[in-house]
Design a binder for this molecule. Structure first.
Ligand code: ZN
Length: 147
């Protein structure tokens, strides 16, 4: 079991957990989405500031296990500066890949760290939590634009 855990908590995950990027509340956020994973107790909130169609800034806060925090940290680093449309496609790809879909995370830079989580079905919800919150936040932006 110890070996399995070592494999799971790879260097990138540990590093992001210890020194998460973009951690803490975001001032002047346009939208936020809270994600709760009952099976692990992860409770993270994602906050986004938009500049037109571009994600100008994104931060996360809350409590979670190493995997949920590392995944959120990786997310914030990757989506900042990208367009909403681009990020929606990416989030769906990441979620589908973690849920056993055909897409691989290996070619997605640091996101490859999450590839190892696939071997641990109980922890997949930890890894996808922030990505679901991201999609929820972007949906809120879409519905607001319609108003
Ligand atoms: Zn967790």
């Amino acid at each position: 079991m110890a070996e399995d855990l070592e494999e799971l908590y790879q260097a990138i995950i540990l590093d992001h957990n210890r020194r998460p990027q973009n951690f803490g509340p975001l001032k002047d956020a346009d939208v936020s989405a809270r994600g709760y994973n009952a099976s692990c107790g992860d409770d993270l909130t994602l906050q986004i500031k938009m500049d037109g169609p571009i994600i100008e800034d994104v931060r996360f806060s809350g409590e979670g296990c190493a995997i949920s925090r590392a995944s959120a940290s990786l997310l914030t680093g990757i989506v900042k500066g990208k367009s909403q449309q681009e990020v929606e496609v990416l989030a769906q790809k990441v979620i589908s890949s973690l849920s056993g879909g055909p897409d691989s995370l290996v070619s997605m830079g640091d996101l490859c760290a999450l590839e190892g989580v696939k071997k641990f079905p109980m922890r997949i919800k930890c890894a996808t939590l922030a990505w679901h919150s991201l999609l929820e936040a972007l949906t809120k932006i879409n519905s607001r634009d319609v108003e």
